[in-house]
Design a protein around this ligand. Sequence first.
Ligand code: ARG
Ligand code: GLU
Length: 710
Amino acid sequence: MRRIVYILVFLLFQGILAQQGRMIIPSELSKDLISRMQEMGSKLTADNIYSPNKTSLNDAVIQFNGGCTGEIVSPEGLILTNHHCGYAAIQSHSTFEHNYIKDGFWSKSFEEELPNPGMYVSFVRKIEDVTERVLTGIDKDADTRQKQAIIQKNINRLKKSLPKQDWQDIQIKSFFNGNSYYAFTVENYKDIRLVAAPPSSIGKFGADTDNWMWPRHSGDFSIFRIYADKNNRPAEYSPDNVPYQTDAYFKISLKPKKAGDFFLIYGFPGRTKEYLPAVAVQQKVEIINPARIKTRKTVLDIMKSYMSKNDTIKLQYTAKYARIANYWKKWIGENQGIKGSGAIEKKKNFESYFLSQVKTKKMDPEYLNIFDKFDKLYQQNRDIELARNYFIEIFYLNNDLLKRAFYLYNLKQTYRQKAKGDFDKLQKKYAEQLAGSFTNYNTDVDKAIFIALMNLYAKNMPDKYQNTSLKSDNIDILAGNIYQNSVLNNQKALKKLLKKGPKKFIEIINKDTGYTFAETFINDYYQKIAPDYQNIRSKINSFQKIYMKGIQQTLNNRPVYPDANGTLRISYGVIKGYEPRDAVYYYPISHVKGIIEKYIPGDYEFDVSQKLIELYKNKDYKPYSNTGEMPVDFLGTAHTTGGNSGSPAINSEGELIGINFDRVWEGTMSDLYYDQKICRNIMVDINYVLLVIDKIGNDKRLIDEMILIK
Ligand code: ARG
Ligand code: GLU
């Protein structure tokens, strides 16, 4: 009997192993992984993919402006990334006469490429395991704080002592919840110019309705170029800079795709949490996600009702709406996916297996009560997490007026804690940002959101963190007063305020109805919520670190892949459809035909450009497709997350076949639990990208710059 139970548990655990996503550190590509990829059709060696000493694929992959990924596709530093990654830059160059968002942008020479102050891209040249050097000199009995201080000291020392060139930086990041550390030698290029973008009817086709969904038909790409100084080194923007020269760039495959084809995603996934205990996932799904979903739904409904009645508001709020809707929709999908895949049950089964392993393997007995500890901590954590999430969603992410209060609060603190010079500098910066916050802003909309959010706060904030001055029966009057009289809703007065010296500045805001109202809440946050949160977080983190180490031990020598942390990773898979629900199968490749099926003339999400309609009518797709059908997007089984947007999809020969841009809704829970049955990443087919550049943008020079493999 016991044996049978053991075998059953073992099978479950096998299942869990298979389910694990794979975001591999490029320098840790084992022989085993390479041969597994080769069994799936790959011809790549570990050296092709990553090598610190010679040109390899990593030299053609960049982190794009901190949050996305991009890839080099020509010897002159041409970059492909997503339209949604380049969106802010494209928008910043747009005017009424030249609306590049709406109509697209196609530069026809180097001179026409547009600089973007502040934008940067990063290469990773070398990755090195520095765990031993970071974790050295730590006293076992020291408390967490002391340990952390030594780790920080070691990191600082290493950053200075590791060899690097003048134009390079060393970054050191923690992996496996602090059980490992890696050093990255990076180069940041800072003169990045906009080269081309499709009209939003292509780049954003389907917008929010199709977001996180399949079947999908968006041509989510935009094109930039790296500029360098005369020595090909990173430099601030200068008209004298020249296109970055490189022999590390992707050649582009025109070959048609089919289900089963191997591919690899190379990029910078932001954050995953695959090794949380069941109780943590349960809290996220049952408590935190519902709170955030509810808050955002409230905001989105209000925006939508104003947007549908007024075209100016619609224009002003489209981008804001999209930003808020993006994660709102993701969390809904995540919750359904966790339930649908039985993730919590499966995690609990793994936890039983884990405990049995602790006993059989005679592992450190501290593991035995780890789940009790988690249970207790997550119990204590509940209201704190809830309070923190409500506060951030309400005061920071979804209402412009309240967000402005934050800026003023920071300025006031800066003056109190630091020198006047800091105040002046920050004030200048904020003056610009705050002026910008009125461009796409409507008082009525913001006020309606304010009222709804304050009611939500009064009703849902856990008692311990409730703000006693907030009574739901006076919120309308309060809002009327604030939106009428506060500097936070008055662009001119705010501009004037941000020119005052610190004393006068503080004097004015201390009398302002809106600011003083918000300040009591911000104080609540910093004095009550944040300290409680930090306190319990550091305990949870230290147990998570122990648990992570335990997981690595129980799985013997089987590979365990570290959670995403914004560093360069590889993830591989095959092109493949999926079954979202009973009796429904989704094929993995969408076509231009489907764009025409979704076409709603004049609609802001589903309009189609006349040029594309013509291409469709004439089947004018050659040489990007010779079959009369033009592929648009495709699905695969690679494990990706936010930050992987813009990542190259690479075939077995190391050629570019697509650009990653999303995941399917049923599988967005892969951040917490990867299930290969329903987790799919979504890529735009490189052939469609080329078709649009060639036949819609008529930008032949870009086609000529790239190497196309038939
Ligand atoms: N869902 C994709 C990604 O997170 C695309 C986002 C583009 N934004 C949008 N709201 N449509 O983040
Ligand atoms: N759109 C996401 C991004 O901006 C990628 C999609 C995902 O989360 O997988 O990085």
